[in-house]
Design a protein around this ligand. Sequence first.
Ligand SMILES: *[C@@H]1O[C@H](CO)[C@@H](O)[C@H](O)[C@H]1NC(C)=O
Ligand SMILES: *[C@@H]1O[C@H](CO)[C@@H](O)[C@H](O)[C@H]1NC(C)=O
Ligand SMILES: *[C@@H]1O[C@H](CO)[C@@H](O)[C@H](O)[C@H]1NC(C)=O
Ligand SMILES: *[C@@H]1O[C@H](CO)[C@@H](O)[C@H](O)[C@H]1NC(C)=O
Ligand SMILES: *[C@@H]1O[C@H](CO)[C@@H](O)[C@H](O)[C@H]1NC(C)=O
Ligand SMILES: *[C@@H]1O[C@H](CO)[C@@H](O)[C@H](O)[C@H]1NC(C)=O
Ligand SMILES: *[C@@H]1O[C@H](CO)[C@@H](O)[C@H](O)[C@H]1NC(C)=O
Ligand SMILES: *[C@@H]1O[C@H](CO)[C@@H](O)[C@H](O)[C@H]1NC(C)=O
Ligand SMILES: *[C@@H]1O[C@H](CO)[C@@H](O)[C@H](O)[C@H]1NC(C)=O
Length: 861
Amino acid sequence: MIYASYLWLLLCYAQNARSNLDEESVEELSNRFLGRGTPQWHSLPIRLDVDRASGCLCRSTYNRKVIVCFGNYNCKKIPRVKMKSDLLKVRTTSITSVHIGDLDVFYYLKILEIEANHQLTYIEPGSFRNLSNLEHLSISYNTALYTIGNRTFEGLRNLRNLTLVNNGFTNIRLLTPALIPSILPSLKWLDLSKNNLEEIPEDAFVPMQGTLLQKLDVCLCRLDFIHPNSFLPLKELKKLHIGENDLDPSLIGNFLAKMSQSNINLSYLDLSGMGFRKYPPKELMYIIAQTTIKTLILAQNQFEIIPDDAFPEMVNIELLDLRKVFAISIGSNTFEPRKFPNLKILLLGGNNLPGVHKKPLSSQLLLLDLSNNKGNSENPMYYEIDQDAFLGTKSLKILNIGFNMIKSIHNYTFRGLDNLKMLNMENGTLYYIGPGTFKYTKHLEILNLANNPLNVNGNNFTSAQFEGLNKLEVLILSNCGITNFNDDDNIFEMMPMLLHLILRNNQLYFITAETLKPLKCLQVLDLSENLLISWWKPLFLAAGVKPLQLYLTNNKISHFTISMIQDISYLLEDRHNRTVEIDLMNNVFTCDCSTMYETALWLEMNGSAPLRQYFSHSKFQCNSPDVWESFRVSNYMESMKKSHCYVYKKISNVIILVWTAPSLVTLILIAIIGLFLYKYRVYIKYWIFLAKLALGRTFIRNSLKADKCEPKKYKYDAFVSYSNEDREFISEVITQLEKSPPYLKLCIYERDFEIGSFISESVLSSINESKFVVLVISTNFARSQWCRWETQLAEYHRIFLEDGTNYDPLILIKIGEIESKYLTATLKFLMKTKVYHTWDENNREEFWIKLRNVLTKDVHI
Ligand SMILES: *[C@@H]1O[C@H](CO)[C@@H](O)[C@H](O)[C@H]1NC(C)=O
Ligand SMILES: *[C@@H]1O[C@H](CO)[C@@H](O)[C@H](O)[C@H]1NC(C)=O
Ligand SMILES: *[C@@H]1O[C@H](CO)[C@@H](O)[C@H](O)[C@H]1NC(C)=O
Ligand SMILES: *[C@@H]1O[C@H](CO)[C@@H](O)[C@H](O)[C@H]1NC(C)=O
Ligand SMILES: *[C@@H]1O[C@H](CO)[C@@H](O)[C@H](O)[C@H]1NC(C)=O
Ligand SMILES: *[C@@H]1O[C@H](CO)[C@@H](O)[C@H](O)[C@H]1NC(C)=O
Ligand SMILES: *[C@@H]1O[C@H](CO)[C@@H](O)[C@H](O)[C@H]1NC(C)=O
Ligand SMILES: *[C@@H]1O[C@H](CO)[C@@H](O)[C@H](O)[C@H]1NC(C)=O
Ligand SMILES: *[C@@H]1O[C@H](CO)[C@@H](O)[C@H](O)[C@H]1NC(C)=O
């Protein structure tokens, strides 16, 4: 994303600084920052069909401009790619050599990169004969490639860039005959860095006499010797990179002086990482001051203290790079305009400078980089900016004080920066912005405050803090802990020209039309990685704000409301061929009728062509329910069962009623349910009983299986339950069964129960100790005792056990007719399913015999 490239931009600018940094180039710089010319990171989604013979895999970008072929052990030859592209990369293959004809089919290529092929040892001269369109060739990181033949590059008439980085080259004399202007007439840039060259002898570039080469890079080549005359054949050389070598300053001075004498007008010299210590080498600086060099890179050397006299007068220098030189202090006159009248860009990032103090740096600067001066992790340093520290730097256009531990900024901090256009304060510790801080920076166009804890303590922005930003075009507030914007004190009223508003990675869960209203010019709005939920009132439509790019990625949007679709429709309409990007990926869309039905209907009836097109091309997915997870929302909408949802809608109206009159409806519902329960209580009891029964059966069956072997010993032969009214009959039962042989032992409810013992427990334990359970059922029993029993019976699983044996522990004795009103469902069920013995006054003998037979039966379970 473009705003992440801010630092990249500064670096890039520092390295490729144009010879004249004037008004126009700053303009261009901001344009590039606004979206043009940023590096593209290629993803390679498309798999290409290539010839099987080569064994390589090739993939390309969507636009098919870039093709990358690779394949490790299987890829042994340059593959034949049928599709035309601008750029071809052949990397990490096991190609050992490239031959004439291998590359002929690629005549259309502009850029060819043959990189990291660790078995490549030979490139046959003439291999590039048909690549007359090639502008950039890289043969790099092929560590086994030791030589290049004199005629290898024949045919590359338009080659401008040649990159030969990190191959196995050890002798520059063997390379230069291949780079002669008659073979490479257009060569402008040559990069030989990271080859183990060790020295550049006098005749190294003699074969290249007449070349138009402008840039030479021999960084990191372990060079310890460069002959003073060696660069003289390179008459057009402008940029020389010799950083990260072990070169003596006097040796550098010697060849620079020679070049200068020969009218080779260098503009750029990279001396980074040369191991210079303490001071910039004085003699060398004097020599450089006499040359035409405008850009001097001294980064990554070691100059802890840079005093006022560290540099001589250097009138030509426009850019000075002193990043990462361990600086802890800089004299306040070091870069004064008298010595550096043309210094426009000063880079001091990555040092240990404690802050900006009075009369800090000179008034002629256009770009000042003071970023990343925060000490190290053991010794962190807060960064201070003195009151009115910038009062003397009126021309400054770009100020980078990001990655510093600045705590607060006030109305006196930026006073004097009347011409400032870009201010970077990202990744700091900024938590306070005083009112009127930007009052004097009236020309500020880009303000980056990302990754500062600005709103973390519940502080809210006030418009007074942003007063003066009338020309602001880009505001970056990513990861500032923002939870809400105050509509009564709208900060955006202060910045009506805003084009890009980046609010990524905050804690916003809504944003109002009122908040957005002042942003009439807005083109890019990034709200991704917040907590935004669906909105139910039109937002962009109501605010009249129409960004071309809207990022809502990674939020909490679950519903697709009509307001949202109206907003999207509004964003898409009347765009005159301009592409609109609305990104809703990675939200939590729920794909069901309640969330999507109305929207789908609206889309069908009222959706414009661009809106429908947007939907059919959209990629955002459902998050729930499970069946629709990872389907696209648009697929869901298409396949939605409209009729089914129509019914749903009717029901949901009822539900809405419930929601709107909750107390009344709930009361009515409770009453209805209560009535229902009362009316059918008997059935309910019965159902519960049956359910318990069903559960009990399986349970007891399993538990009984365990102790099948031991026949159980019972304390009583029978447990007898009866109603008090039937006492007479019971005394007869006792006499009959207990008093005459064979003597049976009975547990009689009234007699044998300890007074006061808890009935259900006693009953249960007694039942467990009895072989049979005898219920004496009469109208009285049904009326008085049965209720107690009903609940107990189910617990006493054994009674209902049906395990295939003929042992049935429950014995029913019926006395007289039972009044039907007392016959409960369970009792009816028992009478129906069990054999019962009816007491017959006239047939006493037979009754007692039968009962005795049953009770004395052996129990086998
Ligand atoms: C060589 O390049 C020409 C175009 O310059 C092209 O027409 C021809 O097919 C190429 N040769 C091969 C063998 O592909
Ligand atoms: C040449 O290489 C440089 C970087 O090394 C790049 O910026 C430039 O665009 C390249 N030119 C071409 C024509 O590829
Ligand atoms: C390559 O060119 C150089 C200088 O022109 C010459 O000395 C050398 O012999 C040539 N090498 C081959 C293999 O032709
Ligand atoms: C270098 O600059 C001098 C003085 O301006 C000029 O005479 C000379 O032609 C320039 N050299 C080249 C190669 O442009
Ligand atoms: C700066 O703000 C302070 C209060 O925070 C105020 O007293 C002072 O007048 C302001 N100065 C200017 C120049 O606005
Ligand atoms: C800037 O801060 C963010 C968030 O704290 C962090 O993720 C990021 O890595 C930081 N950037 C750099 C270059 O340190
Ligand atoms: C910020 O705004 C919220 C909501 O408007 C409010 O509850 C909170 O008190 C405010 N915080 C401060 C420090 O004013
Ligand atoms: C839109 O593009 C078409 C063809 O691509 C062109 O004819 C038309 O003029 C363009 N309209 C506008 C407003 O740019
Ligand atoms: C279509 O739009 C009209 C007018 O804006 C509205 O009355 C109608 O309800 C919409 N149709 C649907 C299905 O929402």
